[in-house]
Each structure stands twice: as C-alpha cells, then as structure tokens.
Design a protein around this ligand. Structure first.
Ligand code: UDX
Length: 466
C-alpha cells in the first residue's frame, strides 16, 4: 500500500519504518525540515533500539522516504496522523497539530484515502477530524476516517510493532476496516521475517479488535490510565510495607499470581514518567470531567505519583541527616531503561529537588546525557558510573539500566566516601548489595546492612540492651 505517516517523532518514525519493513511504500513527513534532512542523511533524531538499522535499510531501498507534509499526502491510500498532542496548561491535549494536518490533507490529498488517527487523542476527536476534512475538502476528496491507537513502549517499540497483543481499529465503514486489515496483514498473520528476533516467528497472532471510532479512542486513554493506576497502587502498598515491616517484592509476587491482577506493572519505585502516562492520565481526567464524569480515582493516581519524589528525598534525608553539601551520584536520567527520553523523567525531578536543597549532584546515564543537558544544563555529567561514584556520600539508583546490574561493586566500594546505596527502582536484592559492604535502602523493603556496617553493629547492640 502507499502509506503516508505525518509526524516523525517516536510513534511516527517507528511506525513508518516498520510499515516499510513489512512491504509497504511509505512516505514519512514532518514540518521540521532539519529533522527531515537528518533522517535523509541516515541519522536518528532520538535513540530507539533497532530503529536506525530499519530506517537506513528501507531508506536505501526507497521503501521509506522523507518528505514535506504537502507532498507526502498526495496519492496516499492511507494517511496516518502521528503528530504530537502535548498537554496544555489546563491538562487538555493540544490538538492544534492534528487540526493542522487535517487542513493539509483536505487541501493536498488525492483520490480515495483513509485518514487514520494514531496520535493519542480525546474521545470524539475523530468526529471533529471528519468534519474538518469535509469542511475544507468539500466534494474534492473521498476520504474515510479511522482510529488506530498505538501501544508501543519506548525502548521496545520495534518489537512491540511486530508482536502486538492486539490491534485496535475504530471504523465506520467496511472499506476503512478492509484497508486497515490489509495494512496490518503481515502482522495479523505473523507472515513476515521479524527483523529483531528471527526466532519470534511462532509468537501468537495478535487479536484484532474492530469497533467504532469513539470506543477505539477510549481504549487508548483507558489502557494507559489503568496501567498508571496499577503503578500508583503498588507504590502505596510499598509505603505500607515500609511502615509495617512487610516486603513489597513478596506482596507484589503474591498479588501478581492472580491472573485477574497479573504480575506486570507492579514494580514500585520513584514513580511513572515519560511522555505518555503523566499526560494521558491528566487528559483522561479532563475528558471525563467534560463528559460530566468525575474520575477522582485518577486524580489520586496523579497525586500519589507526584509525591514519590518527596518521599524519596525524605529517604535520602533520613540516611544523610543533612542534604546540603552532600555529594550524591545519580545513576539513571532516562524515564526508563533503553531510551534516551528524559521527558517527565522522575530522575530529573529528583535532581531538581536535590539541587534546591544544595546537594552536590553528579549524574550518569548510558544514553540520556545529551537530552538531559537540554533541561539541566549546569549539572555535573560523568562518563561512567565509577566516575560519578567517586567520593560520594550516597549512590542513588533512578533508572534500571542493565548496565547497572553488572557494575563492579567492589571497585565502587573503594571509590565512595560512604558505602550507601538508595535504590529507587528495587534493582537488586538486599543480599546482592550488602555482600559488597554497602548499606542498602530500597522501596517497600526494610533497610539492609552489611555485616561490617557500623550502624548495623550499633543497632544490633541497641536491640540487645534491655
Ligand atoms: C506507555 C505504554 O506502556 C504504551 O503502551 C503507550 O503506547 C505509551 O505509553 P512508555 O511511556 O514507553 O509506554 O513506558 P512504559 O514502559 O509503559 O513505562 C512508563 C513508566 O512507568 C516508566 O517511567 C516506568 O519506569 C514506570 N513503571 C512501569 C513503574 O514505575 N513500575 C512498573 O511496574 C512499570
């Protein structure tokens, strides 16, 4: 199929490259000329595992081309809208980029085409889009509309595209449904050669959910909000574990084995971040309120998440007594591993809070340093976790990168001023860390001391006193 993807951001570029990989002829457009030139020269505007290879291969084969929006929509059978819908000050999604694309499509698209909303948009945006297309194109264009939300996770977006659990399509004509079935046929039939894991050939075929546009739009916001709720829920249970002597790892394991709950998204920590969850929860609260429903449950999900940073700072204060002037190593800046994205990253918020308290912060991240420099230009960035740890009063683990699992803790023990690790992602078991002589603080579990820890000896002594 001849497909145009409008918006070369995380969702658009990934989708465009993967659609080209499964055999379509794809034109990816953006109104940022600089980004188009970067892509034409084979470089990526952001890091995503495997994306560069797929983009370069398909660009060389001319199955993926980068063009201006006006050109890209001409002659396209399907036009995917993948532009940003960032939050406005009042929490509503800013739909101006979507509206702008609608006007360009109305003016420049030709023939019979399917306009597909992939950007996360409030319910009923499809109706507005359809109206705009009719108003601006009149009878000039034969155009159907569909909603097809993406569920790609940053860091595993390519894998998620090729192996989705479900493909959701919201349509109001048979023709639109047939076009989308054709677009995703290789994925639905799992009849392609997976570029990431060739051994994945036998994964289950994804479910296809065909519904109306409004339900499809709601599925996206409801899914992300539900996942965010799961995280805030487990974070509150973690606080309760700390207060009562229970262990969150065991509690989450015990809960997750109930298939109605499931084990995913029950990892406690310093909160959810990224460009999707915080904005989608906020937008969903607004969407509900505008429809006359008070979704106060989700307001509390947001509040709990906002409090995670303060609570983590309190943990640090409890250990260090005074934060001002203390040297702290922050390991991890990205909002989660395997991405360089620092948008709404808890680590960034944490650093801001620590700097406000006059801590001396040194940071390391395997991928996100350049992006972090744009938001925290004056921070001391290090080129390795060892450099960041030198002479520090505490090491704070804020993103669970695999690289940190393989650290030489004996070496780090010899570098730090004080052997204290405060783990905001529960990356380790207490035994793994205390075995190297560190005092280990984590989330929802009791503090753990190494046997040669002075504090431990004193607390044991204290416990033995009458
Ligand atoms: C999310 C959705 O998962 C995806 O389907 C949607 O299309 C876009 O939004 P993404 O933003 O890439 O994807 O991140 P995700 O992997 O879902 O994690 C979001 C945040 O939740 C991260 O900050 C992560 O650290 C946090 N998280 C996740 C937890 O704190 N605990 C968990 O158990 C899981």
């Amino acid at each position: 199929m001849k497909i145009s993807v409008i918006g070369a951001g995380y969702v658009g570029l990934t989708t465009a490259a993967c659609l080209a990989e499964i055999g379509h002829s794809v034109r990816c457009a953006d109104n940022d000329e600089g980004k188009l030139n970067l892509l034409r020269s084979g470089r990526m505007p952001f890091f995503e595992t495997h994306l560069e290879t797929i983009v370069q291969r398909n660009h060389a084969a001319r199955t993926l081309q980068f063009e201006e929006v006006e050109n890209a929509v001409k002659g396209a059978e399907a036009i995917l809208i993948c532009v940003g819908t960032p939050p406005l000050d009042n929490g509503d999604a800013d739909l101006s980029a979507v509206a702008n694309v609608a006007r360009i499509v109305a003016k420049h698209a030709t023939g019979h085409c399917l306009v597909i909303e992939k950007s996360t948009v409030p319910v009923k945006t499809g109706q507005q889009l359809k109206r705009q297309l009719q108003l601006y194109a009149g009878n000039r264009l034969q155009c159907d509309l569909a909603s097809n939300p993406e569920f790609l996770r940053e860091g595993t977006a390519i894998h998620d595209f090729f192996h989705p659990d479900r493909i959701v399509i919201g349509v109001d004509t048979e023709w639109a449904a047939a076009q989308l079935r054709e677009m995703y046929r290789p994925i639905l039939e799992q009849s392609f050669h997976c570029p990431v894991h060739p051994q994945c050939q036998h994964t289950p075929k994804p479910a296809l959910i065909v519904t109306d546009t409004e339900s499809s739009e709601l599925i996206k916001h409801a899914s992300n909000s539900f996942l965010a709720m799961k995280i805030s829920f487990i974070n509150m249970v973690a606080d309760l574990c700390e207060a009562t002597g229970a262990n969150i790892t065991k509690v989450a394991q015990g809960m997750g084995m109930d298939p109605r709950i499931g084990p995913a998204f029950l990892n406690p920590g310093i909160g959810f971040g990224g460009f999707c969850f915080p904005k989608d929860v906020q937008a969903f609260v607004r969407i509900a309120s505008q429809a006359g429903c008070d979704f106060s449950l989700l307001k509390e999900v947001e509040n709990i998440n906002k409090r995670r940073i303060d609570r983590f700072v309190e943990k640090i204060r409890q250990e260090l007594w005074v934060i001002a002037g203390r040297k702290l190593a922050v390991l991890g800046l990205a909002f989660k591993p395997n991405t360089d994205d620092v948008r709404f990253a808890p680590a960034i918020e944490l650093i801001r809070a620590l700097v406000r308290e006059s801590a001396i912060v040194r940071a390391y991240d395997p991928q996100a340093t350049e992006k972090a420099k744009a938001v925290l230009p004056n921070l001391d960035y290090c080129s390795s976790p060892y450099e960041a740890s030198a002479d520090t009063d505490a090491i704070l683990l804020t993103t669970e990168w695999d690289e940190f699992r393989a650290l030489d803790w004996e070496r780090i023990r010899g570098l730090v001023a004080r052997p204290l690790i405060i783990d905001g992602r529960n990356m380790f078991t207490p035994e793994e860390i205390t075995a190297h002589g560190f005092h280990y603080i984590s989330i929802g579990r009791q503090p753990a001391f190494s046997s040669d820890d002075e504090v431990f000896s004193r607390s044991k002594l204290g416990a033995a006193l009458p």
